[in-house]
Structure formats: C-alpha cells, structure tokens
Design a protein around this ligand. Structure first.
Ligand code: SAM
Length: 347
C-alpha cells in the first residue's frame, strides 16, 4: 500500500479502481505514511507555513434548499440576518489590523445582495485594502455577474461542487439545482481568471467510496486552485438530521490524497473538521492542509450562521484568535504568515 502512496507522491497516473481499493483497505501505518507524504509535498511547494483568511459570513438568507444545509430556505427556525456594507467594511478593518490579508465573503444566495450591491461592496473593500485578496463564496451566478465581480476586484471564488455523481447530487439538492449548472459555473469562473475553489463533503448521506474517488478524479482533471473539503455534519432542522457525521480519518485521508493529486492546491483545514474533533485544525494541517479561515463576523451573528450543529464557534477577537492559532501550530512546527497567500502559480 505504501508503494501506491509513493506513486501518488511521484505524480504517476493511476486507475480509479486502484484508489477505491486503497481507500477501502488502508491501515493505520499507511494512513500515517500518507499524511507524512502529503505534508512533505506541501512543504516542498509552499514551505511549512499556514495562510489565514478572515471569514465574513455576511448573510444567512438563502433562496436555495440544499437538503443538508442549516440555512436552507425551508428552515423556518433559522434566525436570519444580513450585514450591510458598513458592517462588512468594519469586519475588514478589524481583520486588517489583526494581520489578515484575505477576506472571504460567504453567504447564502440572498437576492437582497444584487449584482450591483456586490460589485459596490467588492470595489469598496479593494479601494480600502488594495493589498488584500477578496474571496467570494456566494453560490451560482451568471457569467456576466462573475465577470463584473472579477473586474470589481474579487480575486478568488469558492464553489464546492459537493459531489461529482449526478444521482448523488440530486439526492442532496432539490430539483431546481443541477450538477451541470454547478460545474458550468466552476468552468466560467476559471475562464474569467478567478482562483477557483471546488470541493465536497466527506460522509454526506448516500455517499459511496466510488463517488469520492470520482470527486478526486475531477479535482485531478480540473486542478482547482483551492479545495474546500470537510466532513458532513447533520443539522437538527434539516431532513438529514438523523444521519451521522462524516468520519475524521476519512476526511484526513481525502485531504492528503487531494494534496498529492493536485500538489499546488491551497487547502483549508475546515471549521467543520475542527467541529468534529477538538484538534481537527492541527490534524488537517498534519495531513497536508495549509489554510485556516478564522471567523471575522461580528460575535452576535456567529451562532446564526449555522450550516450544521455543534459548530466550533470561537468567542475570541481576531487578534487573540490569531495568537492562539499561532501557538497551536507552532507545536506542529508550522508558522502563520501575514500574506495574501495566493496560489503558487500566481506568485
Ligand atoms: N451559498 C454558497 C454556495 O452555495 O457555495 C456558500 C455557502 S454554503 C452554506 C458553503 C458550504 O457549506 C457548502 O458548499 C457545503 O459544502 C457546506 N455545508 C453546508 N451544510 C453543511 C453540513 N451540514 N455539513 C458540512 N458542510 C456543510
């Protein structure tokens, strides 16, 4: 089995059947070997550094009804909020002072934030913080809208594909949403020039190992600049409330494989991983991740942006949080850097 890891490390081709067999039969010893090789690959490309991004969860209104998501339209118990432009800019100010050089604006698909409003918000952030990167995670939009946002100064866009299997996609989403449209958006974003993030949940209902292997094959082919990959965690007010959460080890295995098949990827150790394991962040970094996204949203809304239950919500201020993370990761011999943290091909 270690020979297979070596082949991944050397960038050799493989059949999807081989990867299915590897994931299904991996033992503890090989897991550690895999994690170490993934870290070695990351260190060769980016060094032993962690990039941090300030996450601003600016709206939990959403027109979509993804079956797994706590802010889905049908969840009448969600306590809805939106931040206005002034509040978003305050989050950026507070983050900038704490050393953040990337702001990630994430939210539900909220019609109140029209294309014009988003363009205005993006250009204002860029005007105030020209040396910072702006990442958007606001769902599916038209080519023209993406283009306007890019021209306004947005640098990156996160849009997880969620699963590459169409039947699986349709079990996770209402029939108003299609995998085809999701993938089209990803290709449009890349064509426009964004640094693009795809990704999927590990352990989502009805997922099979074969589907994850196809997710990996898609990532290998599409080579996104970023991959968002975390465990599925149930939310009590969704139809998937009784499903169990994704597995920590499987998430780490997927992170390592993504690092090896797409070595230059910017790979977050996600909040979801840190929510199902108290050392999730460090474990993710020790499996090849190199990005952390602390929350810059005002404390009063942090609990309202609830995609899943038992979210690990930090009550710390950004600077305190940064220092706590810096301490934790120095224990694993990694260092936080004050940097935009662009994909290596852009540097
Ligand atoms: N609306 C944007 C979009 O569609 O990309 C961004 C917000 S969406 C809530 C961000 C991501 O949260 C999704 O891509 C999904 O993978 C993740 N997510 C939603 N519900 C989740 C759950 N129950 N467990 C883990 N991750 C979840």
């Amino acid at each position: 089995m270690k020979e297979f890891v070596d082949r991944l490390y050397r960038g050799e081709s493989f059949e999807s059947g081989e990867l299915v067999e590897f994931i299904t039969n991996i033992d503890e010893d090989t897991k550690n070997y895999l994690y170490n090789k993934a870290c070695k690959k990351r260190d060769e490309i980016y060094g032993r550094v962690v990039f941090f991004r300030g996450l601003i969860e600016f709206t939990n209104y959403c027109k979509n009804d993804c079956i797994y998501c706590g802010i889905r339209r049908s969840n009448k118990n969600a306590d809805r909020y939106r931040l206005d432009k002034k509040e978003i800019l305050e989050c950026c100010k507070y983050g900038y002072e704490a050393g953040f050089r990337t702001f990630v604006l994430q939210g539900g698909e909220d019609g109140c934030f029209t294309d014009e409003k988003m363009v205005d918000i993006v250009s204002s952030i860029k005007e105030n913080y020209p040396n910072c990167a702006i990442t958007l995670s606001i769902g599916e939009k038209s080519y023209e809208c993406y283009k306007k946002l890019y021209q306004a100064g947005a640098d990156r866009f996160l849009l997880r594909h969620e699963t590459i299997d169409e039947k699986h996609y349709n079990k996770l989403h209402p029939n108003t949403m299609t995998l085809k449209s999701r993938i089209k958006c990803l290709r449009n974003l890349k064509e426009i020039g964004f640094q693009v993030g795809a990704g999927f949940m590990v352990g989502s209902p009805y997922q099979e190992v074969e589907y994850m292997v196809r997710d990996i094959m898609f990532i290998k082919e599409f080579t996104p600049h970023m991959v968002g990959l975390g465990p599925f965690i149930p939310h009590k007010d969704t139809p998937f409330k009784s499903y169990k959460a994704g597995d920590v080890d499987m998430t780490l295995i997927m992170l390592s494989i993504v690092r090896l098949v797409n070595p230059k990827v910017l790979l977050p150790a996600t909040t979801a991983l840190n929510s199902i394991h108290e050392k999730g962040r460090e474990l993710g970094l020790l499996a090849g991740a190199n990005v952390i996204m602390p929350n810059l949203s005002p404390k009063r809304v942090r609990e309202k942006y609830t995609l899943y239950n038992n979210k690990n919500i930090s009550g710390l201020e950004a600077a305190e949080y940064r220092d706590a993370i810096a301490r934790d990761i120095s224990n694993i011999d990694m260092k936080l850097v004050i940097d935009r943290g662009d994909h290596v091909s852009m540097c």
